[in-house]
Each structure stands twice: as structure tokens, then as C-alpha cells.
Design a protein around this ligand. Structure first.
Ligand code: 4AD
Ligand code: MG
Length: 433
């Protein structure tokens, strides 16, 4: 047993007929007479290990009969083909080592409430559904990075401690910074604008923070955002990029995570359909859709979750809503030269009611107009002097956007709530475990 060949369950296929060793945990067990059927998981998959009384010592057979759920075990045996099993193989056990016996495990194979599961998130992560979600999250992040790295973008990391707000002052997390105040970043965008003026096409990817006081199914207080920013790009080019980027991510998940999507019972045909071009409508057209559906909304208001869901019902792929009223958007947005009341911005709303996944647009590149906006929004000018500098030294049209990873995971996995899309969610009422 000590010199056995350790194989991960996901790689078991290449070892038929060989004697190997699994290192993992007991996921489940059932027994009948001279047989114990152990479900062993190791993080890469689950496989059945069959302990037949005639094949092992009396002691091993007795141990197999009483191992508790989630005990850590090493299993030694022969890889056998088994057409009935979901992975096509099982293990005929020859020996077994109990590494550490688990106490009574709180998460059984019965249904549990979400509050209980979130309290036990550190253990809940072990379940197959959570593994499938996190594997899809992994693939999304990988394709995000691949996309920008393969398209000549430079990765530029943005700071987490910031001296000022980017996305409005209402949801800032304030913290002490020696004898000053600082804020946890809401977005790396302003720093990416500086980087775009230095390097052309850049992106940052990291955690951002919003003190969201609303408990909705789409809001976390800590989430991950990827933010590309491009010099010499206008709104149209920005939308073209967002569309191409989303298609790439969705299709790479469809390609690499079919089994995970199936386990989550996701309707994959809906994702296969996510191909360019995406519908593009103006804010005014979106208002028309909402009015036709009997929603009460005034021109000038931003859309919330309910409005986004109602609009998305009209489309079978993401819808790009552009040119919102300036007054409901952030200070840095460029005004539409054809209508000063509108901002050159875009929100991309996912289909099936998963909400806004991208927010972005063209930035104000005129120094005086930007200063005006900073004053209008009551922002402290001194904290933005460096940002104004970017308009003084070789200003150019530029644009970018931010994609929220968790909303994208929720959409692709078909999850109603974002709380399961991140390993350890942070929400208004939750900072533990
Ligand atoms: O629309 P937002 O606020 O845009 C920005 O922060 C821009 N500065 C980005 C840029 O242009 N570089 O946020 C962008 C995206 C949203 O579309 C959404 O997907 C996600 O971030 N997001 C959240 N995700 C989870 N929880 C929250 N509280 C979120 N707030 C925004
Ligand atoms: Mg937004």
C-alpha cells in the first residue's frame, strides 16, 4: 500500500486493469451482505470502490463497514471498467487505510436549508454541485484572461485602497489609512484610464467592494470584476468588443464544462445560442418595452433588477442597452454630442433574467466638461487632480467596461442567486465563515 501509484479520479480512465491508490474522502456508502460500496471523492470526481469480503482481510472489511461520511481514506485496488457508472470505471478494493475518522458530518444527503448551508459553507464546498459551479467559475476566469491576453491587452493591476469614489459615494466601504481615510475600491476603471494612456489596450482583474445595503439576489459586497480600457475607442467599438468577449466566454464554457452544466441541469441549448450579433437598443427603446409591459417607470430612472428581467424576456441573447440619461449614471461618462441629456454608455443585460453583467461606455475626455461633472456630483476635486491630468496631457477618446464574474457565473450555471457563485460569499448579513 505504501508504494502504490496515486491516481486522481479524473485520470482513472487511462489505468484500466492496473492496481492504483486513491486518496480522498468517503462521500457515501451502502452495504449488502458480503459487499460494501464506497463512494470516494478526491476533488476531481467521485468513483465507486467495491469492497468484497473475499478480497480483503477481515479487519479491512470491518473498517469499510463502519467508516463515517467524510472520513479521509486511502483506497488500494484494481481499476475495472463499469459501463453503468457515470465515469465508466470502478475500483475492486484490495486494501484500505482510514487516514482520519470524521465526526458526525452535519451535511447529509438529505435536503438542507440555504441558511444552514451558508453557515457551513466551508463544508458545503465539498458537494458535487458546488464543485461543478466552481469549475465553471474557473473556466470563466481562464477564458477572460485568455481573451485579453490573446488580443494584445496588457494586464495592469489596480490598487485596492483608494482615496476617492468611482461609482458613487452611497456604497463606499471606508477604512482608516494611518491618519487619513481611505476607501476599498469599487472599480479599477480610473486607474485603467491612466494605464490606457500609457499602453493603449489594458485590463485589470480583481476583487472590488460595494457596501450594498440592499439584499438582492444579484448583489454581493465583495465581487470580482474584469475591466478592459482602450485608448482611441468609441462607444460602438466598446460594444463590439463586449459582444465578442461574451460570446467567447460562453462558448468556451459550453465547450469545456458540458458535464458540469449537465450536473447543474442547465439548459445548454440556451447557451449554445449565445452568438453574435446581440440586439442593441437605446434606453428610450427599453423604456418603451417596459411601458408596453405595464411597468411604472419614468424617463430618467435607472433600471433595477425587475426592469432588467422584464426587458430580457424579449430577447434570446444578451441585450445591449445604450445611451442612458446622464443624470442616472456615473460622473465620468461622456455626453452624447447629439443629445446632452444622454451618456455614451452601455449596459449588457443577460438573458433569462440574470441581470446586468456588463456596465461601461465612452469616458469624458474633455478636461473642462469633466471638472464640471466632478463638481455636479459633489466629489472632492483634489482627489481627482491626477485623473484630470489625463485630459491635460494628450487626451484621446477612450472607452471600456466592467464584467462582474459572479453574475456571469450565475447566468451560465443557471443559479437564481449569486451567493453560490463565489467560494465564500460576502453579503450585507454575511461575513462568516
Ligand atoms: O456597472 P458597474 O457599477 O460599472 C463599473 O464599476 C464601471 N466602472 C466598470 C468599467 O466601466 N470599467 O459594475 C460593473 C459590473 C456590473 O455590470 C455587474 O456585473 C457587476 O459589475 N456588479 C456586481 N456584481 C455583484 N455584486 C454587486 N454588488 C455588483 N455591482 C456591480
Ligand atoms: Mg452598472
Amino acid at each position: 500500500m505504501s508504494d502504490c501509484k496515486h491516481i486522481y479520479i479524473s485520470k482513472i480512465g487511462g489505468h484500466e486493469g492496473e492496481d492504483i491508490c486513491l486518496k480522498g474522502w468517503l462521500y457515501g456508502k451502502r452495504s449488502s451482505g458480503k459487499l460494501h460500496f464506497l463512494q470516494v471523492r478526491d476533488g476531481t470526481g467521485i468513483i465507486q470502490a467495491v469492497v468484497f469480503k473475499g478480497d480483503v482481510s477481515e479487519e479491512v472489511f470491518a473498517t469499510a463497514g463502519k467508516i463515517s461520511q467524510e472520513s479521509s481514506i486511502e483506497v488500494y485496488g484494481t481499476v475495472k471498467e463499469d459501463k453503468r457508472s457515470h465515469i465508466g470505471y470502478e475500483i475492486a478494493v484490495k486494501d484500505l487505510k482510514l487516514v482520519s475518522e470524521a465526526s458526525e458530518y452535519p451535511i447529509t444527503h438529505k435536503e438542507h436549508g440555504v441558511a444552514f448551508l451558508l453557515e457551513n459553507r466551508h463544508l458545503w464546498l465539498r458537494s458535487p454541485k458546488q464543485l461543478a459551479i466552481l469549475k465553471i467559475r474557473h473556466q470563466i476566469i481562464k477564458s477572460v484572461r485568455d481573451y485579453f491576453n490573446n488580443n494584445d491587452f496588457l494586464l495592469v493591476d489596480a490598487p485596492i485602497f483608494t482615496p476617492a469614489a468611482c461609482e458613487g459615494t452611497t456604497n463606499l466601504f471606508e477604512t482608516e489609512y494611518f491618519d487619513e481615510k481611505a476607501y476599498l475600491t469599487q472599480s479599477g476603471q480610473l486607474y485603467m484610464e491612466a494605464a490606457a494612456m500609457a499602453f493603449g489596450k489594458v485590463y485589470c482583474f480583481g476583487p472590488v467592494f460595494r457596501a450594498e445595503k440592499s439584499k438582492t439576489r444579484r448583489h454581493l459586497t465583495e465581487f470580482w470584476m474584469v475591466e478592459p480600457e482602450m485608448a482611441y475607442y468609441d462607444l460602438k467599438m466598446d460594444m463590439d468588443l463586449a459582444e465578442d468577449f461574451i460570446e467567447y466566454i460562453v462558448q468556451s464554457v459550453v465547450k469545456h464544462n458540458r458535464k458540469d452544466l449537465e450536473l447543474l441541469e442547465r439548459d445548454i441549448s440556451k447557451l449554445e445560442n449565445i452568438k453574435k450579433p446581440f440586439p442593441r437598443i437605446t434606453y428610450d427603446e427599453a423604456i418603451e418595452i417596459l411601458k408596453q409591459k405595464g411597468k411604472e417607470i419614468e424617463w430618467g430612472e435607472d433600471f433595477g433588477g425587475d426592469e432588467e428581467t422584464a426587458i430580457s424576456e424579449n430577447f434570446d441573447r444578451p441585450v445591449m442597452i445604450h445611451r442612458y440619461p446622464t443624470k442616472c449614471k456615473a460622473f465620468y461618462m461622456k455626453q452624447d454630442p447629439e443629445n446632452q441629456d444622454l451618456a455614451l454608455c452601455v449596459d449588457v443585460i443577460a438573458p433569462e433574467g440574470y441581470g446586468e453583467v456588463i456596465g461601461g461606455g465612452q469616458r469624458e475626455d474633455d478636461c473642462d466638461a469633466l471638472l464640471e461633472k466632478i463638481k455636479e456630483h459633489n466629489l472632492p476635486q483634489e482627489a481627482f487632480e491626477w485623473y484630470l491630468d489625463l485630459r491635460k496631457y494628450g487626451s484621446v477618446p477612450h472607452a471600456g467596461f466592467g464584467l462582474g464574474i459572479e453574475r456571469t457565473v450565475a447566468w451560465l450555471c443557471g443559479l437564481h442567486h449569486v451567493r453560490e457563485t463565489i467560494p465564500f460569499p460576502r453579503m450585507m448579513e454575511r461575513i462568516r465563515p
